[in-house]
Write a protein that binds this ligand. Structure first.
Ligand SMILES: Nc1ncnc2c1ncn2[C@@H]1O[C@H](COP(=O)(O)OP(=O)(O)O)[C@@H](O)[C@H]1O
Ligand SMILES: [Mg+2]
Length: 260
């Protein structure tokens, strides 16, 4: 909600997902009765094996798929509203750059899409091009970029319109060690400035180092959510990797036992 002065009360979480269910047309139930709340400013990790429902959740939050049931709110606004959509920046798992656009055009067009003036979009694009070290390629069309450059451009594009909630779906999948370090450095800086981050990754050590809280998701259900140290305690594990292995193979998990 927004008050008459256009302020958003601090109490609204960055993301509030209630009883979300997604059944695809072929009958696959990717998410069932899924609840998730992420406070503003948090660096949040979503972990789970391939097919667990992470991308479905993200697509539901970003209004890219029709949800079957449930409610999605972004900073208190319905996820489908224009306002909510303008507050979210998404770097999708699949690199989906327009092959006919240059680096700079990719960014400027995205800004225009989100209602930025041409002048603002051009300035912001220049800033992003410098931050992500794409200056030498700014007039090059996207098919001519290396894989690492495409990943950087994807992230730059997600940040173009200065979103309050940045969603990164496996941003470092098949990215080399150095670029991974670089992307993490950048994402950390973004978080320090107050941006809320929702990250999915299969790099568990990195999730442990970066994320203030972590949710484990298995077969469309949330099975645990805590700080890394809280999860280690709950699963009597020495590392997040051990937590993950236990959580994905144990039936039921400690959280379900506690609730029973
Ligand atoms: N468009 C679709 N149609 C049917 N099933 C889908 C579709 N997209 C994803 N799924 C299924 O939904 C489940 C969750 O997938 P996804 O959200 O991509 O998981 P993750 O991102 O955690 O790997 C999987 O069983 C997947 O096969
Ligand atoms: Mg996925």
């Amino acid at each position: 909600m927004i008050d008459s002065l256009g302020r958003v009360p601090v109490s609204a979480p960055a993301l509030d997902v209630r009883r979300l269910t997604k059944r695809y047309d072929d009958g696959t139930v990717a998410l069932e009765d899924f609840d998730l709340t992420i406070p503003e400013g948090m660096f949040f990790g979503l972990l789970g094996p391939n097919g667990a429902g992470k991308t479905t959740l993200i697509n539901a939050v970003c209004n890219l798929i029709r949800i079957t049931a449930g409610d999605v709110r972004v900073f208190g606004e319905p996820g489908s509203s224009l306002l909510a959509r303008s507050w979210v920046g998404l770097a999708e798992q699949d690199i989906n750059l327009d092959r006919f656009l240059t680096v700079e055009e990719t960014l400027v067009y995205h800004g225009g899409w989100f209602g930025m003036t041409k002048h603002d979009a051009e300035r912001r694009a220049a800033e992003m091009i410098d931050v992500f070290d794409l200056r030498a390629k700014s007039d090059v069309r996207t098919p001519k970029l290396s894989g690492g450059m495409r990943r950087r451009l994807l992230l730059a594009r997600a940040l173009m319109h200065r979103p309050r909630l940045v969603i990164l779906d496996e941003p470092t999948a098949s990215v080399d060690f150095e670029l991974r370090q670089e992307l993490w450095r950048y994402i950390r800086r973004l978080h320090e400035k107050g941006t809320t981050i929702l990250l999915t990754t299969h790099y568990l050590e990195e999730a442990e180092a970066l994320c203030e809280e972590i949710a484990l998701i298995r077969a469309g259900r949330l099975i645990a959510r805590d700080t890394a140290s809280g999860l280690r305690r709950a699963y009597t594990a020495d590392s997040l990797t051990e937590v993950y292995v236990k959580a994905m193979h144990e039936q039921p998990c400690p959280v379900e036992e506690a609730a029973a």
